[in-house]
Design a protein around this ligand. Structure first.
Ligand SMILES: O=C(O)c1cc(=O)[nH]c(=O)n1[C@@H]1O[C@H](COP(=O)(O)O)[C@@H](O)[C@H]1O
Length: 274
């Protein structure tokens, strides 16, 4: 099954557009786990077990593992997700971007070492930095387009005078990803929930691409506005929330609290589809 087919299947089966982001911070773990990087796997596995039936995808952020020398725990976690939720695709959030020979190594890391179904990439270095990922049949790649942070304005909202129609940089990224760069239908775009007007604009330029939309929950993005702007019957959206779900409770009941918060967000997203 390709990444896109897995997304569509998980969306249908779990009736969900919610992606749970796995951004483990030992300092925020509950009880006896608090401050222990050796518990990263345990913490994340319990979140996965509690939310697997509620999500369209999981998105581990690699920095939260690598910063604690916990790459082996990330490998274990990927295997755990495969075991308990084989139908749920996993997006490795690595935001890679480098020349082709190095990109090839990053692609091996994401798809072979960790067994991810898709990866996040920066398009800043151009098409040849994206191409090695597209050679992996059935795998997906989400290009940063209009990110959720304030500083996204600095470059992404600049106008490209040299390109037909003088689009903003993020509009141009969306156009490339919908068209000439999307050789085998593997590309998607990252657009922040904090900017629904821009999500709508991206949808005009890229009507059918899957959108990874972080920024609901801790960053304050509006779930209903996100769905209205981004969801299309033939263009899935993957709406990520990390901290609001992971740290819904600081007590031993954290898996149940995470499930409640995930269910609440899942329902709000579904309701906005109308
Ligand atoms: O690519 C991403 O996932 C991403 C892009 C973006 O524009 N904004 C953004 O917050 N993210 C990631 O999405 C997650 C958001 O986490 P919360 O703010 O805790 O829900 C983090 O892992 C970020 O690295």
């Amino acid at each position: 099954m390709t990444f896109i087919q897995m997304l569509e299947e998980a969306q249908r089966r779990n009736r969900s557009m919610l992606c749970v982001g796995l951004d483990p911070e030992p300092a925020r773990f509950p009880g006896a786990m608090r401050g222990d990087p050796g518990k990263i796997y345990d913490f994340c596995a319990r979140i996965v077990d509690a939310t697997a039936g509620l999500v369209i995808a999981f998105k581990p952020q690699i920095a939260y593992f690598a910063a604690h020398r916990a790459e082996l725990q990330l490998e274990q976690l990927m295997q755990h997700i495969r075991r308990v939720a084989p139908q749920v695709p996993v997006i490795l959030d690595a935001k890679r971007g480098d020349i082709g020979s190095t990109a090839e190594q990053y692609a091996r890391e994401a798809f072979e070492r960790y067994g991810a179904d898709a990866v996040t990439l920066s398009p800043f270095m151009g098409f040849d930095s994206i191409e090695p990922y597209l050679k992996r049949e059935g795998k997906g790649a989400f290009l940063l387009c209009r990110t959720s942070n304030k500083g996204g304005d600095d470059l992404q909202n600049q106008r490209l005078a040299s390109v037909d129609g003088q689009p903003l940089l993020y509009e141009h990224v969306a156009r490339l990803a919908q068209g000439p760069w999307n050789l085998n239908g593997q590309l998607g775009l990252v657009v922040g929930a904090t900017y629904p007007a821009e999500i709508e604009r991206v949808r005009q330029v890229a009507p059918t691409l899957p959108l990874l939309i972080p920024g609901v929950g801790a960053q304050g993005g509006d779930a209903a506005a996100t769905v209205k702007a981004g969801w299309r019957p033939d263009g899935p959206i993957v709406v990520n929330s990390s901290r609001a779900i992971l740290y819904a409770s600081a007590g031993e009941d954290f898996p149940a609290a995470a499930a409640r918060e995930a269910e609440h967000t899942r329902a709000a997203l579904q309701a906005a589809r109308g």
